[in-house]
Ligand binder design. Sequence first.
Ligand SMILES: Nc1ncnc2c1ncn2[C@@H]1O[C@H](COP(=O)(O)OP(=O)(O)OP(=O)(O)O)[C@@H](O)[C@H]1O
Ligand SMILES: [Mg+2]
Length: 381
Amino acid sequence: MSDKSPPPTRYRILAVDDERANLNLLRRTFHRDYDLGLAENGPSGLEYLKQHRVDMIITDQRMPGMTGLQMLVESLNINPQVVRLILTAYADVKDIIDSINQGQIYRYILKPWSPDELRVTVAKAFEHYRLEQENVQLIAQLRASLDELQLAQQELVLRERLSTIGRLASTIIHDLKLPMTNIRAGAALLASERLAPQRRKEFSDIILREVDRLTLMTREILEFSRGETNLVFEKFLFEDFLEDIAKDLQRDFDQAKVSLVKDWSKVGEFSGDKNRLRRAILNLAMNARDAMPEGGTLKIVCGKENANLIIRLDDSGPGFPQEILVKMFEPFVTAGKHNGTGLGMSIAKKIIEAHQGAIRAGNKPDGGARVDITLPVGTNA
Ligand SMILES: Nc1ncnc2c1ncn2[C@@H]1O[C@H](COP(=O)(O)OP(=O)(O)OP(=O)(O)O)[C@@H](O)[C@H]1O
Ligand SMILES: [Mg+2]
């Protein structure tokens, strides 16, 4: 909007009159302030218009061959922007009024005219002309800006949609990792011919269970894409739930030389979305394992305090990296991992908060990471 094209240094007037004396008078009146073109009849005036940039035509009405009015109407085809003034005797005014009303001519000047008056009229006409030109320019700029804005907005909407899809895809991939690993391991073990029937059943159970989980997750993804997040509440014994998680983790932790210390008593019944809570705790446990590539200990403590379940995960790793200490729950915050998506903690937080609970994380004085979860047992059944 800011780059206004500079106004022309001088306006150019084309004066048309069949009388030499009149042309001379016009020249004397205007040559100091304007560039001038002179023509002695309509056709040569139009010819001049074709070849020069002209801002105003001042023409006599009565000329042999072509009248001033005819020439002005014709000139519209060559340059519609030009300001048109006509010098006329009173007797011809009525012929001209129509053209003025149709916007073809700016105004008429009665003969005989005084140079001073004509100068003022011309200056006013140019002011009007300038404003009109500016308006045209402003409207064009406005239209261009509107177009630009509309394009930018369309792009924004598209980008927003793509980024939501991208984020959704990352969440899905994040949550698919563990079941996939378990299914893969189970299937590989099943292939062994010397497998005792009981072990075979165990591995096939693992695969079935994980496939069920995947099915559940696909349902969740569907819900999410429809804008819903419906928790599926069920009542379960929390200590059994933790025990199941521990069992799921065991093989993986054994491999990673991480020992799992279970410290919970009978905390009783809890009502919540078991699958989602499981994912929250698994995400945290996986983080602890990742933080201890040389092995270590993850201690999971659970107890009851008033109407809350308190779950604490303490590990013997190096703790949260300093640079993410205040933002580890934000999505896509990851540090020190090759293939971390940075979603584990944020998913866990979402799940806990959906249960009206709270989650905090930080480092213990001795260095390891600590995550505390509070879940109200309350009346959310
Ligand atoms: N127990 C922990 N000890 C040390 N650092 C941790 C621990 N848990 C999380 N972190 C740090 O917090 C970051 C964020 O964890 P988060 O689970 O959100 O993402 P991620 O593990 O990097 O990727 P993913 O999406 O695969 O889980 C991790 O990259 C890691 O640097
Ligand atoms: Mg993680």
